[in-house]
Design a protein around this ligand. Structure first.
Ligand code: GLN
Length: 483
């Protein structure tokens, strides 16, 4: 069970395995390992196997697409018809979605059975998966450690081979950081490339769905399914359809890699710095040149993000009022009491903290001082990238400052937790594509992630750069012990 999406699609095309067989194998592994890892909130083998049987029937009629029959897990932030869709929250712990997110529609249209819904930080707020109402996910490399967040369940299930791939979402790093901490490959597309329709909103101007898999090649194949215009998301971009695999095989000779000096300073752990340096050396061997670039305003990205993201979250989460769907407090005096108790009981501490901060920074008298200032910083941060991309094709650095930390280690210190995304957040503020891929291990055998950042719509280039590295190295093929 070490197959990539690519390998599974070949097995299916050659008739060497059926979708039902593959799905059964993964469901068996989920049954054996999920109680240890807690990567899934919901599994429903009957549903999965019915979808797999339909994929096999489709293939039998000669109507299969490239990935028809390959099973995939979905982050529990994507509404999927008939599936419990919780977003990691008590607030939605009883919500069965009546419709499919655009991303889910795309995977269904491709004939890819859903293996289950993966655990996540509550409303995607977190970097350790410890804020989930359904309990923390454990890192398959060391179950005393966090898998990263917020797409921690997706990262852990791919790392533990409970699914060949999974969807994730990234508002400030939630695809790339857990991919790094779990030793897999994950990609956040340019803002607007993947529709947010049916993807439960956290911070709408930053949220973006993307693939999490073992390899860059798999991410390219999955992005081919996920990406595309959708009129129901007003920020979805109307662009011509791309084949994200088209540049995978290009040699890297002459490629200019930008190294931001701000990404290699204090705060970066020694093992991570060393692994990233070795990756740079590997790229030079592959014919790439490196150039130093400056992202001077990126040091302000965490501060700007923790004004903007809570502001948007406070507005988005106002819909959870106990009236329309989700949790409602059992006993209340009147309507106001019902609202208050429902929200007090339905949301966890981190979500409440963000709603309070967001409401504060948007309130009269503080709006100019905080929200507008943060928007200005956002522009400066985006301008830095625009300058950098004048002299390089892709930017490279670490994904996260450290490898997977212990469960509970940062749980009481929100600022320490927020700093886990110090290298990823600026990318969301600028709306750029970014990805993380495995580039080594620390002294304790924990995976280290390498981050690539592309220019707008530079996904195919970034995937090319990642794929060539994965052809030359084998970090992405390593599996946790006992897996
Ligand atoms: N860790 C960041 C946060 O808590 C990013 C989360 C995300 O990308 N969804 O906001």
């Amino acid at each position: 069970m070490t197959s990539t999406i690519k390998q599974l699609s070949i097995l299916l095309a050659e008739g060497k395995a059926s979708s039902v067989e593959l799905s059964r194998d993964y469901l068996g592994r989920i049954q054996a390992l999920n109680h240890t890892l807690n990567a899934f909130v919901t599994v429903d083998p009957d549903k999965t196997l019915a979808e797999a049987a339909a994929a096999d029937a489709r293939r039998a009629t000669g109507q299969a697409d490239a990935l028809t029959g390959v099973p995939i897990a979905h982050k529990d932030i994507f509404c999927a018809e008939g599936w419990l869709t919780t977003c990691g929250s008590k607030m939605l712990s009883n919500f069965v979605s009546p419709y499919d997110a655009h991303v889910i529609e795309r995977f269904k249209a491709a004939g890819m059975p859903c293996l289950g819904k993966t655990n996540m930080d509550e409303f995607a707020m977190g970097s350790s998966n410890e804020t989930s109402f359904f309990g923390p996910v454990k890192n398959p490399w060391d179950t005393a450690r966090v898998p990263g967040g917020s797409s921690g369940g997706s990262a852990a299930c791919v790392a533990a081979r409970l699914a060949p791939a999974a969807t994730g979402t990234d508002t400030g790093g939630s695809i790339r950081q857990p991919a790094a901490l779990c030793g897999i490959t994950g990609l956040k597309p340019t803002y607007g490339v993947v529709s947010r329709y049916g993807m439960i909103a956290f911070a709408s101007s930053l949220d973006q769905g993307g693939p999490m898999a073992r390899t860059a090649e798999d991410c390219a194949l999955l992005l081919n399914v996920m990406a595309g215009f959708d009129a129901r998301d007003s920020t979805s971009l109307e662009r011509e359809k791309e084949d994200y695999t088209r540049d995978l095989a290009k040699p890297l000779a002459g490629l200019r890699i930008g190294l931001p000096r701000e990404f290699f300073g204090a705060g970066l752990s020694g093992d991570t710095a060393k692994a990233v340096e070795e990756a740079i050396a590997q790229y030079r061997k592959l014919g790439a040149e490196t150039v130093e670039v400056g992202l001077p305003n990126s040091r302000l990205s965490v501060a700007a993000y923790y004004v903007l993201a809570p502001a948007e979250a406070s507005s988005n989460l106002s819909r959870f009022d106990g009236v329309r769907y989700g949790y409602r407090t059992p006993e209340y005096k009147d309507l106001t009491d019902m609202y208050e108790k429902t929200r007090a009981e339905g949301f966890g501490a981190e979500v409440k903290r963000r709603i309070m901060i967001g409401t504060y920074v948007l309130s009269h008298g503080y709006y100019d001082a905080y929200y507008i200032q943060a928007q200005r910083l956002r522009r400066l941060i985006a301008n830095d990238f625009a300058e950098a991309f004048k002299v390089c094709d892709v930017i490279l650095g670490p994904t996260a400052p450290t490898t997977a930390f212990k469960l509970g280690e940062k749980a009481d210190d929100p600022v320490q937790m927020y700093l886990s995304d110090i290298y990823t957040i600026a990318v969301n503020l600028a709306g750029l594509p970014g990805m993380s891929l495995p580039c080594g291990f620390d002294g304790q055998g924990l995976p280290i992630g390498l981050q690539l950042i592309g220019d707008y719509f530079g996904e195919a280039k970034m995937l090319n750069v990642a794929h060539q590295y994965q052809l030359a190295t084998d970090w992405h093929t390593r599996a946790p012990k006992g897996i």
